[in-house]
Design a protein around this ligand. Sequence first.
Ligand code: DAT
Ligand code: MG
Length: 139
Amino acid sequence: MTERTLILVKPDGVERGMSGQILARIEAKGYTLVAVELRTASAELLAQHYEEHVGKPFYESLVEFMVSGPVLAVVAEGDRVIEGFRSLAGATDPTVAAPGTIRGDLGRQWPTKVIQNLVHGSDSPDSAAREIGIWFPSL
Ligand code: DAT
Ligand code: MG
């Protein structure tokens, strides 16, 4: 079933010059780029985006990290792209993410308080619709 997902190349990925490689992996898998925009997120937007994590021990440092530099916001489309991109991204912790995945190949857990794991991908159709609405209200 054709669907859409919200992907972010996080500040560590943009800063390390990995945006192109990450977009290339998305396209190589056969997904279509519907929207791509470099932008610096506000804490307010991230509070909406990371609503489910408010109150967790890593929440404040996560938002601080996410506003530390520009992110590349992407909407990708394709058959089962929500699940497919999560699979391309790999496990949350880059140290244990499988080789072959974006996080497994390009990331590691930086010695900081927050996991700098290069990418975000929506985790369900409901999250995808909600997150696309936050980042690209005109879509
Ligand atoms: P994912 O990004 O794989 O969907 P998540 O939604 O559980 O993971 O968490 C959102 C982000 O928060 C994640 O990409 C990195 C950060 N994070 C998650 N768990 C963490 C932890 N235990 N310590 C530090 N940062 C964490
Ligand atoms: Mg998540």
